[in-house]
Design a protein around this ligand. Structure first.
Ligand code: SAM
Length: 283
């Protein structure tokens, strides 16, 4: 991405998903003392990790435990008038997937939580134990794009009548039973159901829509926004937003087709296999 984004040394960059600070570190190395990185993340531990990673940069680094749906308040509230670069690398980091406190993994047995931001009230366990069967099926279909959504919802409801569903292992087992080993593909049978619940628990699509709506007002002329997404629902939102803004003369779409990782990158990092990068420039 550093090929498409050339930042002046005094650039203002907002990394709305700071994570471990990996991307910000790469861009931050090219900034001078007048440059600024504002980093946001809903996970306090990400902020802690990024602070360590970025501590030696010469530019100013401001890290905030905030949802990127509040980007405007966070940026303007710090007296920043215009931004050269907004970067969003959506989803979760490998560190979060491996963190049992997140309750995201169907490969290990964890408390079924899925809240990346622990300030949220509703967990995945609340959803699977309290939502009626039809709404649960709709949710798995809409956010997980799983054609077996109705059957999975029925199995969940039958199971929870006997015993509440409290762990990721329990839920993964129920989904596998619902699919009766029918799926022979490479992905784990519970992948789509887990994706659906994570999107719902963390309001991922609403947050992305808010970020995309706020970006044009914040970007300077020729400033760029880059979004890396990991599933088609997110990618569609980004693509549609960029196209609409291009029609209205607000953006020029830099990536006519999304940029996808090379085979080597995927071999190095499995999580990258579904990544799509789209970039637009403020006109
Ligand atoms: C894939 S990681 C980012 C990795 C980062 N680019 C790096 O190089 O280390 C995604 C991060 O975004 C955060 N995140 C997800 N949704 C968010 C939101 N709505 N607002 C702010 N941060 C969010 C997650 O907590 C996670 O730390």
């Amino acid at each position: 991405m550093t090929e498409q984004i050339n930042l002046p040394r005094d650039a203002v960059m907002v990394d709305v998903t700071i994570g471990q600070g990996g991307h910000s570190f790469l861009f931050g190395k090219t900034l001078g003392p007048a440059g600024v990185i504002v980093g946001l993340d809903i996970d306090k531990n990400s902020i802690r990790r990024a602070r360590l990673r970025l501590k030696d940069l010469v530019c100013k680094v401001i890290l905030v435990n905030s949802n990127f749906s509040h980007i405007s308040e966070q940026v303007r509230g710090r007296g920043i008038e215009g931004v050269d670069f907004i970067l969003a690398d959506l989803g979760v980091s490998s560190a979060q997937l491996a963190d049992a406190r997140m309750g995201l993994s169907f490969r290990t047995n964890e408390r079924l939580d899925m809240r990346i931001d622990k300030r949220l009230k509703t967990t995945a366990a609340d959803i699977v134990n309290k939502t009626d069967e039809k709404s649960l099926g709709d949710l798995i279909f809409r956010f997980g794009q799983d054609r077996a959504s109705r059957r999975i919802a029925r199995f969940i409801v039958e199971h929870r009548r006997r015993r509440p569903i409290t762990t990721t292992g329990q839920l993964a087992g129920i989904v596998c039973d619902a699919l009766g080993g029918r799926r022979k593909g490479r992905i784990h049978p519970a992948t789509r159901t887990f994706q659906a619940l994570r999107i719902a628990v963390n309001n991922e699509l609403e947050n992305l829509a808010r970020l995309l709506a706020a970006a044009p007002e914040l970007l300077k002329n020729n400033g760029r926004i880059a979004v890396i997404s990991f599933h088609s629902l997110e990618d569609r939102l980004v693509k549609t937003n960029f196209k609409k803004n291009e029609k209205e003369g607000i953006y020029r779409v830099v990536t006519k087709k999304p940029i996808v990782p090379s085979r080597e990158e995927i071999a190095r990092n499995r999580r990258a296999r579904s990544a799509k990068l789209r970039i637009a420039e403020r006109q």
